[in-house]
Write a protein that binds this ligand. Structure first.
Ligand SMILES: C[S@@+](CC[C@H](N)C(=O)[O-])C[C@H]1O[C@@H](n2cnc3c(N)ncnc32)[C@H](O)[C@@H]1O
Length: 248
C-alpha cells in the first residue's frame, strides 16, 4: 500500500501477491465471513467481485455456491489471469476495468451479491459514494453488498494503534505460516502498512493511491443511498468488513 502518487501498477500486483499471505489479517476468517454472508443472501442472481485480485475469495465463493455465475473484475491483467487459474470452468466471467470508471457498472441480470476486499479505498470519498449507489442499482432486491477494506482513523492515536496491530497481525502470520519473520520482513520492506504514514498531506501528495474513508462516513453513505441492514461485522488493525442489503 504505497503512498506513491498515481494508480495501481503491475509492479504492485506482483508485490501484493508476494505479501498477501502475510499481510491480510486473519485472511481465512475474513473469506469465511464474506462467503457466509453471500450464501445467506435472500436473493438469486450472479455474484460480482470488484477488484478480485488473485482470486482467493472468488475460489471460496465458487466452492460454496456451485451453481452461481461469478463475475471477477479487476484492473490488472496478471491478477485476472491468477483468478482464472484459481476458478477454472465456464461460470467465471472476468473483465478488465478501471475502478473509477462508471461504464462497467451495468449488468445484464440483477446480482445476488457484490463483494470487494482491500480495493475500494483506491477511490476518494465521492467516488466511493457513487460506487455504492451503482452497486445498489445492480443488486436484486434482497441482494447483499459485502465490503472488506481499510478505513481512515480519525486521529493520530488511531493511526498509531492500527499500524501497531497490523504489524503484529502480519508478524504472527509470518511465524505461523513459515516459522520465521521473513514474510513480515517483506511487508516492512515494501512499506505496505498504510497506517505508519499517518494522515496524508495534500500539499506533499495531492493524489495518494490509498484514500480510505472513515467507517462512520461509509455506514452513513450506505444508509443515505437506500441500503438497509447496514452493519459492521468484523474489524482489526484498521480493517473492517461490513454488509448492506438492498430492500425488497
Ligand atoms: C490490495 S489488492 C486486493 C486484491 C483482492 N481483492 C484481495 O483482497 O486480496 C487491490 C486490487 O485492486 C486492483 N486495483 C487497484 N486499483 C485499481 C483500479 N483503479 N482499477 C481496477 N482495479 C484496481 C488491483 O489490481 C488489485 O487486484
Amino acid at each position: 500500500m504505497s503512498q506513491y502518487t498515481g494508480t495501481w501498477s503491475e509492479a504492485e500486483s506482483s508485490t501484493y501477491r508476494d505479501l498477501s499471505a502475510y499481510a491480510v489479517p486473519r485472511r481465512e476468517e475474513q473469506i469465511g465471513l464474506i462467503v457466509d454472508r453471500v450464501a445467506d443472501a435472500d436473493a438469486s442472481g450472479d455474484i460480482l467481485e470488484i477488484c478480485c485480485g488473485e482470486g482467493l475469495l472468488m475460489a471460496a465463493l465458487a466452492a460454496r455456491l456451485p451453481d452461481a455465475t461469478l463475475l471477477g473484475f479487476d484492473g490488472s491483467d496478471s491478477m485476472l489471469e491468477a483468478t482464472r487459474s484459481r476458478v477454472p470452468g465456464d461460470r467465471l466471467v472476468t473483465r478488465k476495468i478501471d475502478l473509477a470508471d462508471r461504464s462497467w457498472r451495468a449488468v445484464e441480470r440483477p446480482l445476488r451479491a457484490v463483494v470487494s476486499s482491500l480495493a475500494i479505498h483506491h477511490l476518494d470519498g465521492p467516488g466511493k459514494r457513487d460506487l455504492y449507489s451503482d452497486i445498489l442499482e445492480m443488486l436484486a432486491p434482497g441482494g447483499v453488498f459485502v465490503l472488506a477494506d481499510i478505513i481512515r482513523p480519525l486521529n493520530p492515536a488511531g493511526y498509531g494503534i492500527a499500524a501497531k496491530l497490523w504489524d503484529s497481525e502480519t508478524r504472527q502470520r509470518s511465524l505461523a505460516l513459515d516459522g520465521d519473520e521473513r514474510g513480515f520482513a517483506l511487508f516492512q520492506a515494501a512499506d505496505w502498512n498504510h497506517f505508519h504514514h499517518g494522515e496524508p498531506d495534500p500539499a506533499l501528495n495531492p493524489d495518494p493511491i490509498d484514500k480510505p474513508s472513515t467507517l462512520t462516513e461509509q455506514l452513513d453513505w450506505l444508509r443515505a443511498i437506500g441500503f438497509i441492514e447496514v452493519d459492521l461485522h468484523w474489524m482489526t488493525a484498521g480493517q473492517m468488513i461490513l454488509s448492506a442489503v438492498k430492500p425488497h
